[in-house]
Ligand binder design. Sequence first.
Ligand SMILES: NC(=O)c1ccc[n+]([C@@H]2O[C@H](COP(=O)([O-])OP(=O)(O)OC[C@H]3O[C@@H](n4cnc5c(N)ncnc54)[C@H](O)[C@@H]3O)[C@@H](O)[C@H]2O)c1
Length: 389
Amino acid sequence: MSIKASSMDSTARVLRFGMVGGGQGAFIGDVHRKGATLDALAALTAGCFSRNFENTLATGALWGVESDRLYRTYEEMAQKEAAREDGIDFAVIVTPNNTHYPAAKAFLEQGIHVVCDKPLALTSKQGEELKALAEQKGLLFCVTYTYVGYPMVRQMREMIQNGDIGAIRVVTGRYIQGWLATELECDGQKQASWRCDPAQSGISNATGDIGTHLENLISYATGLKIQSLCANLRPVGGNRKLDNEAEILVRYEGGATGMMWASQVAIGHDNDLRIMVCGEKGTIEWEQENPNYLRVDMLGEPTRTLSRGNGYFYPVVNAMNRIPAGHVEGHFTAFGNVYKAFCVALTNHMAGKEASDLYYPGLDAGIEGNRFVEKCVESTERGVVWVDF
Ligand SMILES: NC(=O)c1ccc[n+]([C@@H]2O[C@H](COP(=O)([O-])OP(=O)(O)OC[C@H]3O[C@@H](n4cnc5c(N)ncnc54)[C@H](O)[C@@H]3O)[C@@H](O)[C@H]2O)c1
């Protein structure tokens, strides 16, 4: 799942992709569109942007997609694009959670590579099925855990892998938001409505929606594997059936321990994702709302703040920069970095070439996310007890 950007064939053509979801009024589809096209490695060529065809037509017109590449269903899109000589190379799935698995399956079955947002599926079993299908067909699959696309997160990973802070003792992470402090879903707010609905969201809301980001970020940055966890998931407010507040204790293989907090009812917090890793020689901290900086505290030394874009980073981190230090990069460029890694890998894959050091999360990361949700729900339902991972 690693590739060397410099090893990409410079004469390769621009990849073609189609999108499922992202119609007018949606959130993350447009962010994907911008991230995927940031490096001109791919172009949006087809779409089924909504279950409402009028919305698909309007969105396609706005985004410059030819009308004969706009489809009523993702099944139709998968079949017709697979039959075209100039059909899409990959499909991007940015619908509510319950559609991820059937849509991904439809494209894989037609021999089309897939990029799918998290959580990968409704269950880890569905994720395993997608993995088996992708392997059988020889297709690439990216799960867009956005935060691995930040250069400072990659620096954190490189520092930990190189032993800069020694063996890890404790990891804390929180992903807290306040947007569901009131019952927004009762007002018909689109993003709140499906997230609070078990039929569309799955067995969890907050743990699946933002807890999986936290789990993946910690796993990527530290390399730690969860051994067991103890979770307290709660619906807060009204008649909600799914959690929007979760506190999770973790034991990692090798002896480190951790605490995670995922919340959608933390008033005053917009998208407050941060992690802190304490090792035997030092501590590293990163905050998503201030993503260009990394705080490093080495034993017996003053606090250091590393600033993205300067010359003192590991080389692979510098390769993720787009503009000089002090010019703020963020969410769009993080998506751009995930897409760049995927598009270079796909271009090399299509040319029968191997890869190396840019990273995109794949099916194993997606399956791990679904398993994390399942284990958190199991722990809660059994009375907030420790469960093996
Ligand atoms: N990676 C991230 O940082 C990130 C951020 C936000 C959301 N997400 C994930 O992205 C997904 C979408 O979230 P959102 O907030 O953009 O939701 P949203 O409700 O804003 O958008 C969903 C879109 O999917 C469309 N849709 C639903 N079913 C469809 C179908 N069968 N065919 C075609 N289109 C269909 C809807 O019409 C809508 O346009 C979720 O799985 C969510 O977890 C990821």
